[in-house]
Design a protein. Structure first.
Length: 697
């Protein structure tokens, strides 16, 4: 839809959606700043960052008429201002209320489309607002919004200001609506008189509808101070000329001298008193002369233009088109080979190079740092540790590690469960840690890094570790394993991922409901990933998650068995060798082990896995594939080499196929199956365990 086709309602809806996105970003900044303050309450920069985030949410909400958000956030801002000014010391109670307020602000933003709002949500806002005001003794602060029962009597000029605003010619182009500022002023006080400043409006023939030539002069009644009023125009700082002066009783009576004195006072005090908040929010070069706003450099949009918001479905569509381009490029190369034309082959190779660059660029658009996901766990660790009465530090490393955005969204919930599990089951109480000779504060560490074309995420705690005797006893009671079944320590650890398995004696709000780890494992495997646990009793537990970089396009290794094509992710292929003699001597079994330079590895014939008739002519090959620390051999008929693979999801009709992650279309039009390596390793390990165990003994 073009801009000409958009109605006012469409434009407003788009602007509102942008406001909500920005508000959620500000909420994240607000929460991160609060959690940093929890560690260092004396950090004034962090405190100012939290205040600016709340102020931005309130100001933008006011522009869009979101009165419930404005009213509640004002109480939050009032408490923050009291802390900034030293009138109130940040306490644990205040921090808890501010964090709860952050959640309430998010709920109010989610309810912003409702005309009257959820009554229960409004009640919760009022109750929380009362608690915030109660911390300050219930007294109205200097910038509290004017209440009906405390309004000054008619004729009084106490708390009355003259506000003179003239907008720049480009104000409308920069997305400003002069009327919205008046509306917001009405929510914070009373506009007693207003005069339109229209002297600069040109003749009709010279008028450009995109130019702004208006301003206004208002007599404004509020209990707020100059800084509060200036904050109304924070978003127009580069696009308006602003003067704010108090009106004394004599000035209101019309004495010219009083008016002149007030104006002179405004000019002389503008550099010093024109709003600490505005100075903090501006770049350093603009702070050098905060009083001369008309000469301020128009660099407000410089940082904003570094980032562009793009709808996720448009990005997905781009990736799909690039995928089709990859397939078409492969088809062109195939035709070039068949035609035997060197010129055609050279052109096809050039196209392939460009397509690979376009592919890498398109995939890079979907790559985001995992640090934003990690950051949300600061709040989780703080809240849950206080609930459990434990002292816990969260350590984060590798926050800059990038992965596909769609995977980041899916992995957040599994990570949340792992962190909460470590808090509840993994870490001991303070008394238990002291008795065990450990530091009083437990540690949960989140670590991310790239390894071999994959993303590695580790969740580690220095708690008590897994009690393997108890896990094995519970597993036997539930019939998951036999009492006489010999399991290694690693295999016992993985039992906690069995469906419904739990060693918790009591059900809590945090964990221990008998569900969770199996769901975590399935979520990770749905991303073609793998989860492994390692633990040492008394020292802690580490959960390692291995994920592919992207779910869309991969570098694959193409093989075939009979008339069926298989693609393995290139990063898991270690080497290709002739089928070893041990496998040749046992062709009917199709599964077993072989000796690779002194290392015993399991193998199986892919033809037997999916009941495919193998080729009986030519030499077969064995592909050594690795998944983490595990390696297996896959016997195939032919090796076709590296192949760019566009992964397509399988229809539900083919969900029964074992160890298949999806499909792809070859340049010839044939369909190839993408191998799910973790599932393949699991299957091979299970199938060869009796043989390998016999060999090892």
């Amino acid at each position: 839809m073009s801009n000409q086709d958009m109605s006012d309602d469409d434009i407003l809806a788009a602007a509102r959606a942008g406001f909500l996105d920005e508000a959620r970003d500000m909420l994240r900044q607000f929460e991160e700043a609060l959690l940093a303050l929890d560690d260092d309450p004396q950090d004034s920069e962090v405190l100012n960052s939290a205040f600016r985030a709340a102020h931005t949410i309130k100001g933008t909400a006011g522009l869009f008429g979101c009165d419930r958000v404005v009213a509640f956030t004002h109480d939050v801002e009032t408490l923050m201002e009291a802390i900034r000014s030293g009138q109130y010391q940040l306490t644990d109670e205040a921090m808890a209320l501010l964090l709860s307020s952050r959640d309430q602000m998010e709920a109010l933003l989610g309810d912003v489309e409702s005309a009257h709002g959820d009554p229960e949500l409004n009640d919760a806002s009022q109750a929380l607002s009362a608690q915030l005001r109660g911390l300050l003794g219930g007294a109205a602060t200097h910038d509290a919004p004017l209440q009906a029962d405390t309004a000054p009597q008619a004729g009084s000029t106490e708390g009355v200001w003259r506000v003179w605003v003239k907008f720049s010619t480009d104000a409308l182009r920069n997305g400003l609506d002069p009327l919205s500022f008046l509306r917001y002023m009405g929510t914070q006080g009373t506009v007693r008189r207003i005069k339109l400043l229209d002297e600069a409006v040109p003749d009709l023939l010279a008028l450009n509808a995109e130019d702004c030539h208006l301003g206004f002069e208002a007599e404004y009644e509020t209990t707020g101070d100059r800084e509060t009023i200036a904050g109304v125009f924070e978003f127009a700082v580069d696009d308006c000329e602003l003067h704010i002066e108090p009106l004394s009783s004599k000035a209101a009576a019309g004495e010219p001298l009083a008016v002149a004195q007030a104006l002179v006072s405004e000019v002389l005090a503008s550099v010093q008193a024109d709003g600490e908040l505005l100075a903090e929010a501006q770049p350093a070069e603009r702070r050098a002369n905060p009083g001369d706003r008309r000469k301020a450099p128009k660099d407000r949009r410089t940082d904003e233009t570094r980032f562009v918001r793009v709808q996720a479905d448009k990005l997905d569509r781009l990736i799909d088109l690039v995928g089709e381009l990859v397939i078409a490029s492969s088809g062109a190369q195939l035709v070039a080979q068949q035609e035997g034309s060197s010129t055609f082959a050279e052109a096809a190779l050039r196209i392939r190079t460009l397509v690979e660059s376009a592919r890498d660029g398109a995939l890079a658009l979907r790559m985001v740092p995992i640090g934003e996901t990690f950051a949300r766990f600061h709040r989780v660790v703080r809240d849950v540790s206080k609930t459990l009465g434990k002292q816990v530090d969260l350590q984060i490393s590798g926050a800059e590690t990038e992965m596909d955005k769609s995977m980041v969204e899916v992995i957040a919930d599994p990570l949340m469960h792992l962190v909460r599990n470590s808090l509840d089951h993994g870490l001991e109480t303070t008394e238990e840690r002291i008795a065990a000779g450990k530091p009083e504060r437990g540690v949960i560490a989140l670590h991310a890094y790239h390894e071999g074309g994959q993303v590695m995420i580790e969740v580690t705690d220095d708690g008590r570790g897994l009690n393997r005797e108890r896990i094995l006893r519970k597993a036997i009671e539930r019939g998951l394993v036999r009492a006489d079944q010999g399991l290694s320590d690693h295999e016992v650890d993985q039992l906690i991922c069995a469906p419904g398995f739990s060693t918790a004696d009591q059900v809590t709000d945090i964990s221990g409901r008998g569900v969770g780890m199996d769901v975590v494992k399935r979520s990770i495997e749905s991303l073609r990933g793998q989860m492994q646990l390692a633990s040492e009793w008394g020292r802690g537990t580490t959960t390692q998650i291995r994920l592919p970089l992207t779910l869309a396009i991969i570098d694959g290794f193409l093989t075939s068995v009979g008339s069926t094509y298989y693609v393995l992710p290139m990063e898991i292929v270690s080497e290709c060798i002739e089928v070893p003699p041990e496998c040749v001597d046992n062709p009917e079994a199709g599964v077993g082990y072989f000796n690779l330079r002194g290392e015993v590895l399991p193998y199986f014939d892919v033809a037997l896995l999916h009941k495919i008739e193998p080729l009986h002519t030519g030499r077969r090959s064995l592909v050594v594939a690795r998944d983490g620390q595990t390696r297996i051999g896959l016997i195939v008929d032919k090796l076709h080499g590296e192949y760019q693979t566009v992964i397509k999801p399988l229809s539900s009709l083919f969900r029964h196929l074992r160890a298949i992650a999806g499909s792809t279309i070859l340049g010839s039009g044939d369909v190839a199956l993408v191998v799910d390596v973790p599932a393949l390793v699991s299957y091979a390990t299970e199938a060869t365990r009796p043989v390998v165990s016999t060999f090892r003994t």
